[in-house]
Design a protein. Structure first.
Length: 295
């Protein structure tokens, strides 16, 4: 009887090993399918024309523009509702008119980089907050925090530099690029096919977009592109591009006076930033002079 019991136990162990091996094979196969899906879904795109500043880098995208724009509309609506609930949305009408007036001079210049941006459903709002912050979500969803303008005492040109920089992030679809990288990293770490889930709408893209917008820093590469495109946008709109340098000098002084401004948590700066801006000025200065002559 004992021998029979041992044989049965041995058979169970063998069966268990086979089942485990089968599961491992299935998991490995699923990971391979996921990797193939990732390769198939990944697109190399040129989101913008080069412009006078020469932004020509191609980008790798997994998430579609349509998915990200829908997520942005949802995330932006949530932020507007939060601000309304706390009575902090567009309460200073003078500042709202100022921000919208500057934005409406910058937005038409976006056609130089991508014609379709003129058809976006642009929205422009001001949130009452002491934070030094601003953003433009994909599809043209702009928010400027009152603290940024008031605490830094921004001129129209300096405010145009900030808004132009944020619009540039949207034109280059940097949020879409960062979300695509996040999917690729998740797949590489877990071996689970997240791409298929994203395409079926099972992943909360709105929350991911909010995380990308409010918590995760842009790469230095993305910041450099936004700086250069922002310079060209403001120059073509008739704002002195040297205002961008003034903004970053003010940010630096604000950082020295206490904790780092909220803007710097998602838009990291460094000693080379102003030098990069200064090196790009000769390319956009003629555009500024031409714009001034046309006004």
């Amino acid at each position: 009887m004992e021998r029979i019991s041992l044989k049965r136990t041995s058979l169970k162990r063998t069966s268990f090993k086979r089942t485990s091996l089968q599961r491992l094979k299935l998991t490995t196969a699923a990971a391979c399918v996921a990797a193939l899906a990732l390769v198939a879904a990944c697109q190399t795109v040129q989101t913008t024309s080069a412009g006078a500043v020469g932004v020509e880098r191609k980008q790798q995208m997994i998430v579609s523009t349509e998915q990200v724009d829908q997520a942005a509309a949802q995330a932006y609506a949530q932020e507007l509702q939060k601000a309304r609930t706390s009575n902090a949305l567009d309460t200073n009408q003078q500042l709202v008119r100022r921000v919208r007036g500057i934005s409406e001079r910058l937005i038409p210049q976006a056609r130089v980089f991508r014609e379709d941006a003129l058809k976006w459903n642009w929205e422009i709002h001001v949130q009452d907050s002491k934070e030094l912050n601003a953003y433009c979500m994909p599809g043209g969803k702009i928010m400027v925090y009152s603290g940024l303008v008031e605490r830094l005492d921004l001129t129209d040109g300096e405010l145009a530099a900030v808004i132009g920089h944020e619009i540039a992030h949207a034109l280059r679809e940097h949020s879409r690029e960062r979300m695509s990288r996040a999917y690729a990293q998740q797949l590489a770490i877990t071996g689970v096919a997240v791409v298929a889930g994203a395409q079926q709408g099972t992943v909360d893209l709105a929350n991911m977009l909010a995380t990308v917008t409010f918590q995760l820093p842009h790469s230095r590469e993305q910041e450099a592109e936004a700086d250069r495109i922002g310079l060209e946008l403001m120059a073509r709109a008739g704002y002195d591009p040297r205002g961008a340098i003034d903004v970053w000098n003010k940010m630096g002084r604000a950082q020295e006076g206490g904790g780092p401004p909220e803007f710097l948590s998602t838009h990291p700066s460094g000693p080379s930033r102003i030098r990069d801006l200064e090196s790009a000025l000769p390319r956009v200065q003629p555009l500024y002079e031409a714009s001034r002559g046309a006004r």
